[in-house]
Write a protein that binds this ligand. Sequence first.
Ligand code: ADP
Length: 535
Amino acid sequence: MRNVKAIMGASDTYPFLLSTASPTRNQRRFALCVLAVLVGALLVTAPFARIQFSDTEILVPAYASAVLIIELITSVMLLALFSVQNSRAVLVLAIGYLFSGLMVVPWALTFPGAFTAFGLDAGMQATASIAALRRLGFPVFVLAYALLDDRDAQAPRFDNSVRRTILGSVAGVIAAACGLTWLITTSEEILPRFMTNMIVPTDLWRLVPVTAVVLYIAGLVALWRRRRSVLDLWLMVVLFTLLVELMLLSFAGAGIRLNLGWWAGRFYGLVCTSIVLLVLLSETVTLYARLARSILAERRARETRLTTMEAMSASIAHEINQPLASMVTNADAALRWLGRESPDIAEAKAALTYIVSDGHRAGSLIKSIGAMFKKGAQERVATDLNLLIDEVLRRGQGEARFGRVTIETDLDEGLPLVTCNPVQLQQVVSNLVSNAIDAMETVTKRPRILCVTSRLRETGDILVSVADTGTGIDPTHKDRIFDPFFTTKPDGMGMGLMCCLSIVESNGGRLWVSHNVPHGAIFHFTLPSHDDPIA
Ligand code: ADP
């Protein structure tokens, strides 16, 4: 079997990286604007290119330091990109920047007049030879970058081999830069005769800009054909800027040092050096922001998942507790009926029948709780709500009798069917009834009355109300009673009302609470009727 990772391109693995992401239309437009500004500046500067200028001792070292720093940082950032993406093309480009940055040091040190005060003057031809090496070397690296087709070669490896490759390459470039500097500065007599004096070049020098132009154009064509990533786009801008720099330096300024054309060319050189760095920096910042956002989103999703899981397990425990308690009560009763001197088989049978039906109810509950958390997966059928209420109250009779609660009903005879999940709805009514009975437990000075009503409203939906004459809802708790785990009962779980709310809402209705006059609370819920087109 082929290694799936190996045949996946880097753009599939890292669609957001500078060297893999395709440039957007805005990025292309921005690159074009930059080019337009550069061309405009060329047109403005060219006529004044031959005006002589000089302040070599300050400006040349300052320019060289800026280029050195910018190119070294660019190289480091490209190496970091390589360590993630493992792309040979990016490595070659990083080496190109490093080489160019390192070679600016001997160029500045040997520049006539720049460091003469320190006794550094290697001869007339050395600076020009180093300049030629930089000028022709950089586009060769860019060309190699553009021609290296590494779409299939980036199964990312975060091991020592990447570090070894980086260290080896950096050491190789430093050694090459040092070796070449030594060679150039010690063999003045064998260097090509590029300069007639410190300022004016020979005809042989013309070969350098002409070859550079050919290399730049070749690089531009190769990049244009490759044109896959943001990096490709900006490297095209870089080569174009270098082309403009060359126009000013070697053609408009006739290659003569220290005239305006030469200094303008140097300025273009700085802009060109900074382009990739600026793009790398801006992409890095964007990437960090995106990373931070996605980490936050992922954390939020995990927390929500956890809360849902906690709510689900607590709700299962809570809902199953009720049928279990009822089964135990009925089993006790059955034992008592059978344990009598003359066993009452009929009563025992009735209690056992309740146990069986509670067992079924528990099973259905587990199913419906699962369905409650699985949105849209609830089985809804046309249901007679009055029948459903009757059934729940019949079951709750034992509990009501035990709490000395009188049950009253006022059910609308002409109630239409509602579309809902009947098992879930039984659960809602049963929860509200149990809560009402609980709320009246401490009431001694007034009748304990539970009243369930159903009505067809003018809006076409059905309203069910469960009223009690209990303690009522403490105003400070009103906003919290529907929250998961909120309870005022010593053995409560605080899940009942949350489940009721979730069930009613998922069945297309609303649930709320109001005060009963003069005492107690009324819980109301609405459900759409079966004929309602929204149901
Ligand atoms: P639990 O019954 O486990 O406490 P619920 O979510 O069903 O959980 O109820 C949350 C809280 O709401 C209860 O603890 C109680 O304080 C309050 N409550 C619910 N129903 C009533 C009611 N009919 N009268 C007064 N308070 C109520």
